[in-house]
Design a protein around this ligand. Structure first.
Ligand code: CA
Length: 226
């Protein structure tokens, strides 16, 4: 279930958003001010953040900067009551991904939200970061971050992850992994692949005994599901 964090002090607005989003099958977490919003953001790892600019403590721009300063890359949809170009640009410069001007229609909100989540998932982009559940795999710097925990990835772990990611939602056989990662001429056993998968799961999965992202496809190999 995708999790949306709403940071907004207007209770009516939060109630309305919550009803719509829960009806659409999202899990909703809400915070009434910037400080709580930042704390909840680090706690729940939202798939998307709806952030109002007008908050009682700090403004939404500042919250946006604080969220990005914590290396959280969840997409941020800013809500603004003002339609001035200046506010939109300022929001995007602070690290927001999109904005909506109040009042907005439910249909537009949902469309923007879905597009943001879709874009953020499985899209390594120029920075080479892939979101896998609550984890962020940083391909370029060979590490995985989950909340405040960071694990280094070995060369083979990164290569296996890249191959699975290139075939996201499709099974990849152990032979494909051996060919692609170790190359022909070197023959580590299938067991080697399995051992690396176990290591990857420990770093990426929330519960590596019950993996939800690096899945075993019996008789075939493995599949990455984001
Ligand atoms: Ca507000």
């Amino acid at each position: 279930m995708e999790r949306i964090l709403i940071i907004e002090d207007e209770r009516e607005m939060v109630r309305g958003l919550r009803d719509v989003l829960e009806f659409e099958g999202y899990e909703v977490v809400a915070a009434e001010n910037g400080a709580d919003g930042l704390r909840e953001c680090l706690r729940v790892h939202p798939d998307c953040i709806i952030l109002d600019i007008m908050l009682p403590d700090v403004n939404g721009y500042r919250v946006c900067q604080q969220i990005r300063a914590q290396n959280v890359r969840s997409p941020i949809l800013m809500l603004t009551a003002k339609a001035q170009e200046y506010d939109k640009i300022r929001g995007l410069e602070c690290g927001a991904d999109d904005y909506l001007t109040k009042p907005f229609g439910v249909g537009e909100l949902l469309a923007r939200l879905k597009a943001l989540i879709r874009r953020s998932r499985g899209y390594a982009g120029e920075v080479g970061i892939v979101r896998v559940g609550a984890s962020e795999v940083d391909i370029r710097h060979c590490r995985v971050r989950r909340g405040r925990t960071v694990h280094a990835l070995s060369h083979y772990e990164v290569e296996i992850f890249k191959l699975l990611h290139a075939h996201v939602d499709q099974p990849v056989s152990r032979d494909q992994i051996l060919d692609h990662v170790w190359g022909t001429g070197k023959y580590p056993s299938n067991r080697t692949v399995d051992n690396f998968i176990v290591k990857l799961r420990r770093k990426i999965e929330e519960d590596c005994a019950n993996p939800r992202h690096i899945l075993t496809i019996y008789g075939v190999g493995y599949k990455l599901s984001l």
